[in-house]
Design a binder for this molecule. Sequence first.
Ligand SMILES: Cc1cc2nc3c(=O)[nH]c(=O)nc-3n(C[C@H](O)[C@H](O)[C@H](O)COP(=O)(O)OP(=O)(O)OC[C@H]3O[C@@H](n4cnc5c(N)ncnc54)[C@H](O)[C@@H]3O)c2cc1C
Length: 490
Amino acid sequence: MIADASHDRGRFARPFDVCVVGSGPAGITLARRLAAAGATVALMEAGGLAFTPASQAIYEGETRGLDYFPLDMPRLRYFGGTSNHWAGWCRALDAIDFEAKPFNPLSGWPIAQIDLDPYRAEADAILDLPSATEAPDLALAQSGHTFHRIQFRWSPPTRFGPKYGEEIARSPRIHLVLNANLHALDLAPDGTAVTGARFRTLAPGDPGFAITARHYCLAAGGIENARLLLNFPTADGHAIGNRHDLVGRCFAEHPHFVLADLLLVDPPPGLDFYSPTAAFVAEHAVLNFGLRIEPARREPDPLASLARTPCDADFTLARRALEACAPRPMHRTPTPGTLRIAQEQAVNPASRVSLGDARDALGLRRAVLDWRLDDLDIHTMRTAAMAMATHLAEQNLGRARLRDWLLAEPARLPGLDADEVAGKHHMGTTRMAADPRHGVTDADARVHGLDNLHIAGSSLFSTSGHANPTYTIVQLALRLGDHLAARLAA
Ligand SMILES: Cc1cc2nc3c(=O)[nH]c(=O)nc-3n(C[C@H](O)[C@H](O)[C@H](O)COP(=O)(O)OP(=O)(O)OC[C@H]3O[C@@H](n4cnc5c(N)ncnc54)[C@H](O)[C@@H]3O)c2cc1C
C-alpha cells in the first residue's frame, strides 16, 4: 500500500519486520524480496511519486578534490530513485573483482562471485535484461593472453517506480511511505541495536514520527548512506558505524576518460569492449578495467590529415608500443576513433564523503565529496592504453596515439570541461569487510557493531570492478533479503 507522510501517519503507526529507507533499485528489490518471504516492510521514501526541487535540494553538497558533477546532479531523490534516469548498462562483477590484490591494499570482498551467482536469473528479470545468461566473451585474435573481448547487456532501462509502483500499491506487506525523510536513528542504551527510525516531511516545523521495526536497512544511495550515518551521533561520540573512522572513506567512482585517439582499419559499427585477463592484471599489477573502442563522434583535429593518409608511416604509436611493432602499412584507409577507459578505482581512504558545515532543510549537515585518484589508478590507465595500442598494431587493426595528459608526468587528468570524468556511480563508502577495522559492514551487509542495521546499495562495494554497479546492487539486495528473511524466521 502507498501512504503519504504528510497526512496518513496513523496507517503506519505499528511495528514492522523491516524498515527500508530509500526506494531506488536497492530498496525496492529488498522490500519485494522480504515481502515475498512473508515479512512486513515499511519502505520509507524521502520524495514523492515525482521529482520536486525541494526534495532534490537536499542532495546539494560540496565537491573538493578532482573535478566532479554537482552532487544534486548524478542522483534523483524521489520514488524509484536514480533509476528514473539511469542508462541501463548491465554487467556482473568478474570473479577477480572479489579477490584481494597485494598491490591494492584493503582490496577484496568478504564474499565471492559464487555468493551472488544464485541471484543472476532474478536480477535479469528485475532489470528486464534480454537473455537469461550473461553475454559470453567474444573471440579475439591476439598474440598473448592480454584481453577478453567482453559484452554488456542493456536494460530498457527499467524505471523501478513505474515498473513496481502498482505491485507495491497492491501489496498487503509493503507499506510505501512517501515524503518520509529519515533524519535520525535511535539506539539502544548499549549502542548495539537500532530501536527506532525517525522521519519527517519537509514542511517547516513538522515534529515527525518514528517507525519501529526488528531490522533497519539504509538504501539511500552510495553517497547518502554515508552522509546519513555520519549525521547520526552515538553516545560515545562517534557517528553510527564509524568507530574506526571508515564511514564515507574509500569512495570509489568508475573513472571514465578517453586515453587515446585511434586510427582504425575496420572500425566497429558500435562500441567494442575489452577487459584484461586475470593473468594480465597480476603480471602488471593493475586494477580491472573496461576499454571501449568508439568510432569518433567527430574527427579529432590532430588526426584529420592522418585519417586521409592510407599509410601509417607518419602516425606515431604510443611510445613503447611503437618499439614493440615494426610499422606496417595499413591495408585500407583508416577511420578515426577513440579509446575510452571505464575502470576500477583503487581502494583509497583519502577519497571520501564527509560532512560540511552547511545544513539541509532537515538540519542535517550536507555532504562534501573529496574524490581522489592515486598512482595505481594512473598506472592502470597507462598500462591499459599501451596494451591496447600494442594489440592494435600487432594485429594491424589500427594505430593509437595516447593523449598528452596521460603521458605527462604527473598525469594531468581532464576535468568536466574536456571529458566525462566518471560514470556517476557512488561506491565503497560503507564497504564490506570481515574485519571492522577495514570496512563498515560485514559479509551480510550488517553494520559492524550493530545487530539490526543493514545497508543496501553500492556503498557496500569493497572494490568497484569496472562494471556498472546496478546489476550487483540488485544481486546484493536479493541476497540481503534472503538473509533478513532467515533471521526473521529464526
Ligand atoms: C545519469 C546516470 C546514468 C546511470 N547509468 C547507469 C547504468 O547505465 N548502469 C548502471 O549500473 N548504473 C547506472 N547509474 C547508476 C544507478 O542509477 C545507481 O547505481 C542506482 O540507481 C543506485 O540504486 P540505489 O537504490 O542504491 O540508489 P538510488 O537509486 O539513488 O535510490 C536512493 C533512494 O533513497 C531515497 N532517499 C535518499 N535519502 C533519503 C532519506 N533521508 N530518507 C528516505 N529516503 C531517502 C532517494 O529519494 C532514492 O529514492 C547511472 C546513474 C546516473 C546518474
